[in-house]
Design a protein around this ligand. Sequence first.
Ligand code: CTP
Ligand code: CA
Length: 226
Amino acid sequence: ARQESPSGLLAGRRVVVTAGPTREPIDPVRYITNHSSGKMGYAIAAAAAAAGASVVLVSGPVSLAVPPGVDVRPVCTAQEMLEASSRAVDEGCDIFVATAAVADYRPEAFVSQKIKKSSDSMNLSLVRNPDTLATIAARTDAPFTVGFAAETRDVARYATDKMMRKKLKMIVANDVSVPGLGFSSDRNAVTVFWPEGTESIGPDSKQAIAARLVALIADHSSRIDQ
Ligand code: CTP
Ligand code: CA
């Protein structure tokens, strides 16, 4: 029978995956977030564990079951995602895969009491969040680092530009403008770029795409480790 998940490909490897959205509080009852379901990241964590890796999953708020054998570290904000990811990499990490849809900005200040409405319009001041993926890739002891790029246009150009700018070994581009794929869907189609090549995967289930991604990552990271 055909194996859906590659087995043994990542035996003995330590993998850290980020997944899900982040949630940036405005006041005690409100926050900023996005449509990420976490499904792609959870599927990658599951596929890496099935391939024999020890897996830490740094997860924003999602409603998904933790894959068997995966060490999940729940976080809310982008700042918490950076802290938990840095700690997980400090513990030992060969491969870092950032699938999380991190909020690029957070409210400048948390308002400790519920904001009451007053005028007909209001402004919310936002400040930039730290970039977990770029921070991990810039470490002198950086693991083999894989990013995701959600784009609505010029997918190849924006994705390869992100790979170079963030010093990644590989980037997985998601065209989020295709109806019925990505975000909350169980299916996806991606194009993977690395400095010397590219491969398109899907449309297929997120499980099947994760299995192929894990095989590609295992192949490329072992070449670099020599
Ligand atoms: N990422 C991250 N921390 C952030 C922002 C992004 O770790 N604060 C990671 C994502 O998990 C993804 C990659 O960086 O793996 C690219 O995310 P994306 O939002 O596509 O890129 P940005 O660099 O934020 O650029 P933009 O949103 O402007 O396209
Ligand atoms: Ca972004």
